[in-house]
Structure formats: structure tokens, C-alpha cells
Design a protein around this ligand. Structure first.
Ligand code: ADP
Length: 720
């Protein structure tokens, strides 16, 4: 296509157009008859004023310099014309000089470079966008670098922390190893103690069996129990009822279930049981206890049954009872015979005629009486006159004295010259003198049996025979030999003493180890161990108190308890005991009636144990009541101490027996309260050895007051 061109006059101020070629008209949408000879800028209608000025300047430059000028890109867009909105021209201005060398015409050659310019612009824009993206990328990169550094420092910190943790871990592991080692050592010591205890338990001459679960499966059993049942180890792991079906109809399974369900121990003395032993049904008598074993939540999981075979003792008691009844019957018959004799005598006086008849009656009666005496299974003798002449003695009596019939007719002193018989003779003389009957229980005496001295214990009744004028002319003595029974009891006491003593040593070391472990657990803040060891301590304390009780009993009975008397203030001792009781039991308020300063000469420790026992009993046997009243006063120049409670009280028939060994009141309420019936027995012995007395006053369920009265008051002081 030809290049659009315009020729203008250079000397006209508005660049008059001389010629326009059709190509120019075409690109500018001008009509083909568009006239020339009009001002250049009238012809060029597109482009804005600024760009037209650029064109004008270029025209001016070409005219003035007479040189070609080129405008590479000129924006000739005219949005207002609504033609092509974008339009770029390349304009070349070429001067045509006249003969003088001045430019006469200017030829404008125009080329449409819109497409090229637009492409270039787009390129630039793309480049500028790219530049922007580059910058953003650089900024992001910087940010990433910064976060990277931060991350690096966090990683460093973490590494340092990890190292510290590793060190800490290693230290912890060391400590755990050390603790495990220590625990293993302690466990091994405990294991040895356990073996020792197990050995003691197996040697104990009482049967011990542990029942597990509600099935009462035999979990453990000692040798003595197996011997008592005449069974072997094959019964281990079997339920009690399966091993002894004969018990089903008896009360024991029910009691066991009750102990299991309530967790309250059960104890009974001399209970009868029907057992089939080696195929033979037998009635046996046992002192036994069922003690529940509990887990750390206080739930019973097993029961320990401890059983002592007292069949022999019970049967011998029953025999004794029978004999006593027989004595009484004999006595009654004797009295009746006596009465008959008296009546006969009277009749003798009344009638001379009936004398022979009476005599016969008398002879008959006497012979009956003699037969009765001679055949009696207990020792009987009749002693006549002040010299106590042996008028009659049966075989059993001769047997006890270790003599033969040659002693008949002799005085007792002649018949029994040995020193061991002296207390008996003195006592019988006193009965003769006073005319008061006397019964002795377990009195010691030693008789000469053909050269060897035989010591023994005898229970007897001695009754004076009174004649018409009221004077005593003979004594009748009925006696039984209780030596074997007494020895049995002594052996039992010795055994209790020995076992209690043996149990004390392992218990002391158990206590020591428990305390060491407790201290360690305190250091390690091991709450579970602290709790468990606290429980162990409580149980060890209970057991120590129990063993001390048994030890005291055995010492007492073997006469080994000595009084260590000293002077002290009795009221201080009472105050100390009240304080101690209040620390242990917060359920009751103890009111101590103020009393004067009382100085006394006695065994302080033992009297203190009596005061403590009475106070703790008052608390123990008044559940649900809040008050205990303690008082002391001077009566008949002796101290009278009392403890009053508003609890269960003591029935009249039980009051005298409370101070007997192992005596416990049997009732629904007391069954729920644990104890062995030792405390009051020991208290009574202590007070009596001081020459004092102890007693209880109670109106049944209205509570009770326990008293003791103690001599040895040195002086009553008003000062402190
Ligand atoms: P334990 O209390 O260990 O059984 P004790 O010898 O101290 O032994 O007491 C013997 C019995 O006397 C007790 O079992 C109880 O029946 C009875 N008893 C003791 N003190 C009281 C009291 N304050 N109130 C009611 N009964 C008591």
C-alpha cells in the first residue's frame, strides 16, 4: 500500500496543505473529494493538543533547520472521535528546498505503528509486572530468611532442653534403681521376719486356719489344726463345708459369714462342736476366735480362725461339777442322817423302851453313812475333837495324804507331821474354833508319800458338826485333788508368756522397719506408702498392747510382777491419763471433778495402767454417749478414784465376775466391741496387791461407775 503523505507549505503559518494523497485520506476516513488548501491541523482532526504541539514543533524544526525530522511514535488517539480509539503514527518530515536552499515545502510521510507500539507497551507492562513480582518474591524471601533464623534459635533452645531432660532422666533412673534396691533389702528383711512368724505360728499349740472368700476356702492351716482335725494337706483349697459337711447343721458357718459380712471379730470360750474325726462323730470343746483380715479399703477378704482344744479341760470341769453336785447330795444326806441321829437321840431320851430300837436305827444309819463315805469318789474324812482325831477317812482321802489305814484314830498333827501339811492343819483348827464352814479353792499342800514329798493343789469344803448344845465336836472335810488341772493352767500360762515374749522381738523389729520406711516415704512424698505404713504402725501398736496384756497376765500368774513403789501426786497421774485418752479418742468429753493435791506412795506405772484401763473402758462401752466423769476424793484416809459413764452398764449377775480372767459380758452390744477380758483382771490384781479394792456400781442400762480405793496416802497438800 502507498505511504499516506501530505505536502504542506513551509512558509505559511498554519502549514497550508498543498496536496494529500488518497492513502492519507483512506487511513483518516476522509472523503476522496476533501479539498486541499486548508490548514494542516484542520485536515488532521485526530490527536490531542499536546501531540499536535509535538508535531508542530517538529515541523518548525524541519523548516528552520531544512533537515529531515522524524517523530518515531506520536499518539494520535482521539477517543472523542469514536474512531479507532488507539492510534500511533510514525511521521517523517522531509523539507524540499528551493534554489536558495530554503525549505519551500514539507512532505509528511505517515505510517500507522499502532500495533507495534501496543505490542511494545504490553511488553513494558509485562516487564513492569514481572519486576513487581520479583520485588514481592524478594520481600517474601527475606521474610522466610527471618523466620528461618527464628526457627533455628527455637531448635537450639529445644536441643538444650532435650539435653537437660536427658540428664534429669538419667538422674531419675539412678534414684529409682537405688530405691528399688533399698526396697528389695527391706523386703528381704521383712521376708525373714515373715518366715520367723510363720514358723512360730506353725509351732503354736493352737490350731490356726485361714478361710478365704465367702466360700470359706481353706487357704492356710497349721500343723496343730491338721492334727486336731486328723486331716492332711489335701484339704487345702477346699471349702470348709466340703471338708466338714457335718458343720452345715451347726452355727459355725453362719458365724463365719457374719464375721465376713460385718468385719467384726468373734470369740468364744469352751464352745461345743460336733465333728466327724476319722469317721467317728465326736463332741469337742474349743476356745476359738474368728478374726477378719481386711484389705486397704477395709474390706474383709479372709478370716483367721484360732482354736484351742479344751475338750479335756471342759470334760474335767463337767466331771468336777458333777462331783460337786454329788458332794451336795452327800452333804444333804449327811445332814438328813444327822437329823435322823438327833431325832433318834431324842427318842432315846424320851423312851427307855424304844432304846434298843433306836440303837438299831442308829447303827443302821451310821453304817449307811459309813458306806456312803467309804465309797464316795472324793476324799472324805471326819475329824473329831480339838485335836482333830481321824475318826473316819475313805480310800481317796488316804490316797491324797499318801498314808494307809494306820493313821485312823491319830490326831491330824501326828498323822501328817510333814511341814507341807501345816497350813492345812492350822486352817482346819481355825474352822473348829470358829464354827464357821470354809471352802478352799486350789489350796497348795505337800504330803509325804512313803518318803517322797508330793506337792499338789486341793479344793475342799470343811463343815463343822455341831451338837445339841451348839458346840462343835467334829469336822467333816470333803476334798478333791485339782493338781493336774492347776498344772495344766500353769503350762498354759507359761506358754502364753513364752509366745508373747517370742512375738515381741519380731514385732519390735517390724515396728523399727516400718518406721524407717515411713521416714523414707515421707522424704520421697510417697503418699500411698505413707498411708499404708501408717496403717502398719497402728496394727503393730495394737498387737504390742495385746501382747503386753498377755505378758502381764503370765507374769502375774507366775508371781513375777513386782511393785516398784514411789511417791507421786495422784491427781497429776489422773490428768496425764485424761489428756492421753482425749488425744486417742475424740468422741467423748472427760470431766474431771477438781480434787485436792493427793500425794501417794504406790507403783506409779501400774496404778496409771489401771486408771487408763478404766477410762478407756468407759469410752469403749458407752458408744454414742458423749460424757465421762472422773473424780477422786479422800475416804477413810485412802484415795477413792471413780470413772462414771452413761453407756451399756453391767447387769447385777455379771458385776462380781467382771474382774475374773478373760471374763467378758456376753450381749448383743458387747459382741460388737473388741477385747479379751484381761484389763479389769490385771487392774484388780494391781489394786489388790497394793492392799486396795476395786468394784463396780451399775443400774443396768443407765451406765456404770467403776471405783478403786487405794491406801498409801502420804499427805494432803494444798500447794502445787
Ligand atoms: P475387755 O474390755 O478387753 O473385754 P476388760 O477386762 O477391760 O476387758 O473388761 C471386761 C468386761 O467388762 C468387758 O468385756 C465388758 O463386758 C465389761 N466392762 C468393762 N468396762 C465396762 C463399762 N464401763 N461399761 C460396761 N461394761 C464394761
Amino acid at each position: 500500500m502507498p505511504v499516506p503523505r501530505i505536502v504542506v507549505r513551509s512558509d505559511s503559518s498554519d502549514y497550508e496543505v498543498l496536496a494529500v494523497n488518497p492513502a492519507f485520506k483512506l487511513i483518516n476516513n476522509l472523503p476522496s473529494d476533501e479539498p486541499a488548501h486548508q490548514a494542516l491541523f484542520a485536515l488532521i482532526r485526530n490527536g490531542n493538543a499536546k501531540n499536535k504541539a509535538i508535531l508542530r514543533n517538529a515541523l518548525e524544526e524541519s523548516r528552520s533547520t531544512c533537515k529531515a525530522v522524524e517523530i518515531a511514535e506520536l499518539d494520535m488517539s482521539s477517543p472523542e472521535l469514536q474512531t479507532d480509539s488507539v492510534l500511533w503514527w510514525q511521521i517523517e518530515i522531509l523539507p524540499v528546498a528551493n534554489e536558495l536552499g530554503h525549505p519551500e515545502y514539507l512532505i509528511l510521510s505517515i505510517r500507522d505503528v499502532t500495533v507495534a507500539v501496543q505490542a511494545e507497551k504490553e511488553m513494558e507492562e509485562a516487564q513492569s509486572r514481572e519486576q513487581c513480582l520479583h520485588e514481592e518474591l524478594a520481600a517474601t524471601n527475606e521474610e522466610l530468611l527471618a523466620s528461618n533464623e527464628e526457627l533455628n534459635s527455637v531448635v537450639d533452645d529445644l536441643n538444650a532442653a532435650r539435653l537437660r531432660l536427658e540428664e534429669f532422666n538419667a538422674e531419675l533412673e539412678n534414684r529409682v534403681l537405688q530405691r528399688t534396691h533399698e526396697l528389695q533389702e527391706a523386703q528381704s528383711v521383712l521376708g525373714q521376719q515373715h518366715h520367723l512368724l510363720a514358723a512360730v505360728i506353725d509351732e503354736v499349740p493352737a490350731g490356726i486356719v485361714v478361710f478365704k472368700g465367702t466360700e470359706m476356702t481353706i487357704d492356710r492351716i497349721n500343723t496343730k489344726m491338721l492334727e486336731m482335725w486328723k486331716r492332711g494337706n489335701e484339704i487345702l483349697g477346699k471349702p470348709l463345708i466340703e471338708v466338714m459337711p457335718e458343720l452345715k447343721a451347726q452355727e459355725f458357718p453362719k458365724i463365719l459369714q457374719e464375721v465376713y459380712a460385718t468385719g467384726i471379730p468373734y470369740m468364744v470360750w469352751g464352745s461345743a462342736a460336733e465333728l466327724i474325726i476319722e469317721g467317728v462323730r465326736k463332741t469337742v470343746y474349743r476356745d476359738f476366735s474368728y478374726t477378719p483380715l481386711k484389705d486397704e479399703h477395709g474390706k474383709t477378704h479372709s478370716i483367721v480362725a484360732l482354736s484351742v482344744d479344751v475338750t479335756e479341760r471342759t470334760l474335767s470341769r463337767q466331771r468336777e461339777q458333777q462331783l460337786l453336785e454329788e458332794y451336795t447330795a452327800i452333804n444333804e444326806e449327811l445332814t438328813a442322817a444327822n437329823e435322823e441321829l438327833a431325832a433318834t437321840n431324842e427318842e432315846l431320851h424320851e423312851s427307855q423302851e424304844s432304846h434298843s430300837l433306836m440303837n438299831q436305827n442308829l447303827v443302821e444309819s451310821e453304817s449307811r453313812f459309813r458306806n456312803l463315805v467309804m465309797e464316795a469318789p472324793v476324799a472324805i474324812c471326819i475329824l473329831k475333837g480339838e485335836q482333830l482325831q481321824l475318826e473316819m477317812i475313805n480310800a481317796e482321802g488316804l490316797n491324797i495324804f499318801g498314808k494307809d489305814g494306820s493313821i485312823l484314830g491319830r490326831s491330824l498333827k501326828e498323822a501328817l507331821p510333814e511341814p507341807g501339811a501345816r497350813p492345812l492343819i492350822l486352817m482346819l483348827k481355825e474352822v473348829y474354833r470358829s464354827g464357821q464352814p470354809f471352802s478352799g479353792n486350789e489350796m497348795a499342800a505337800a504330803f509325804d508319800h512313803e518318803g517322797s514329798v508330793k506337792s499338789g493343789y486341793y479344793s475342799f469344803i470343811c463343815k463343822p458338826i455341831v451338837v445339841e448344845d451348839g458346840s462343835v465336836n467334829a469336822l467333816m472335810v470333803v476334798a478333791t485333788d485339782v493338781t493336774e488341772r492347776k498344772k495344766d493352767e500353769q503350762r498354759k500360762n507359761d506358754f502364753i508368756g513364752m509366745v508373747s515374749h517370742e512375738l515381741k522381738t519380731p514385732l519390735t523389729s517390724l515396728k523399727g522397719y516400718a518406721q524407717i520406711l515411713y521416714a523414707r516415704a515421707q522424704k520421697a512424698e510417697d503418699q500411698f506408702s505413707l498411708h499404708s505404713l501408717g496403717k502398719v504402725n497402728d496394727q503393730v501398736k495394737k498387737m504390742t498392747e495385746l501382747i503386753n496384756g498377755f505378758l502381764n497376765i503370765s507374769r502375774l500368774e507366775s508371781g513375777k510382777i513386782q511393785l516398784n513403789k514411789q511417791e507421786f501426786y495422784f491427781d497429776d497421774l489422773v490428768n496425764e491419763n485424761i489428756e492421753e485418752a482425749e488425744i486417742v479418742m475424740a468422741t467423748h468429753r472427760i470431766i474431771f471433778q477438781p480434787c485436792e493435791r493427793l500425794r501417794v506412795y504406790a507403783d506409779r506405772e501400774k496404778v496409771s495402767s489401771v486408771v487408763a484401763n478404766l477410762i478407756s473402758n468407759a469410752i469403749k462401752y458407752s458408744p454414742g454417749k458423749a460424757q465421762i466423769e472422773v473424780s477422786c476424793q479422800v475416804i477413810d484416809e485412802e484415795i477413792r478414784f471413780s470413772v462414771k459413764d452413761w453407756g451399756l452398764g453391767v447387769r447385777k449377775e455379771d458385776q462380781a465376775k467382771l474382774f475374773d480372767r478373760f471374763y467378758r459380758v456376753e450381749s448383743r452390744e458387747t459382741q460388737l466391741i473388741s477385747g479379751f477380758g484381761i484389763g479389769l483382771y490385771l487392774s484388780a490384781e494391781i489394786i489388790e496387791r497394793h492392799g486396795g479394792r476395786i468394784w463396780v456400781e451399775s443400774e443396768g442400762s443407765a451406765g456404770s461407775t467403776f471405783f478403786f480405793q487405794l491406801p498409801g496416802l502420804s499427805s494432803t497438800l494444798a500447794d502445787g
